[in-house]
Write a protein that binds this ligand. Structure first.
Ligand SMILES: CC(C)(COP(=O)(O)OP(=O)(O)OC[C@H]1O[C@@H](n2cnc3c(N)ncnc32)[C@H](O)[C@@H]1OP(=O)(O)O)[C@@H](O)C(=O)NCCC(=O)NCCS
Length: 152
């Protein structure tokens, strides 16, 4: 634990009572985009695999999130976020270690994630905790549209 790492940081599974706080966290961290309704994202995750949706608290305050997935072949990371006031204290690294432990317990052999290549500070973060770039192109295809929202 680094010298300024809060020792009252605790990690939990997301609960419905966390919805407003998660939304506020994602808005602060600019993770809410017009084409994804965050409440729909939360509803899909809690219906599919709530055991892989994590929040971090300092005391009672929700300060961090990470939505993980495991498809039977690879693990995936989404919505990793830490409130601005609590950054550079090792919280995201701690949360990621917790998620990696949970995924290993499920038999997951490798983690993957997507970061915009312009997001250099986040790339530095991920490289610092052991991720390396792969020479791949990410292709995607939208299957359904989310309802419109006003959260972005
Ligand atoms: C990315 C993010 C989750 C990191 O959270 P954090 O709790 O501040 O990260 P940590 O304190 O665990 O950082 C661990 C190490 O990563 C590196 N790092 C983290 N943030 C960095 C930054 N902005 N610039 C450069 N290096 C950084 C550092 O090496 C750091 O160790 P150090 O502070 O001892 O130098 C946070 O900046 C964030 O919420 N960003 C906005 C949301 C986002 O873009 N999420 C990723 C979506 S893919």
């Amino acid at each position: 634990m680094s010298i300024d790492e809060p020792d009252n940081f605790t990690i939990h599974n997301y609960q419905p009572r966390d919805e407003a706080d998660i939304l506020s966290l994602w808005q602060e961290c600019e993770l809410v985009v017009p084409w994804n309704n965050p409440l729909t994202d939360i509803a899909r995750k809690t219906a599919d695999s709530p055991h892989l949706f994590f929040i971090g608290r300092i005391g009672e305050q929700l300060v961090a999130s990470c939505m993980a997935g495991y498809d039977g072949h690879r693990g995936w990371i989404y919505f990793l976020a830490v409130r601005k006031a609590h950054r550079r204290k090792g919280l995201a690294a701690r949360l990621m270690r917790h998620v990696e432990t949970k995924l290993i317990e499920l038999g997951c052999p490798k983690l993957e994630l997507m970061v915009r290549d312009s997001n250099t500070s986040v790339i530095t973060f991920y490289r610092n905790i052991g991720f390396n770039p792969d020479p791949v192109m990410v292709l995607s295809k939208r299957l359904t549209e989310d309802d419109e929202h006003n959260f972005a």
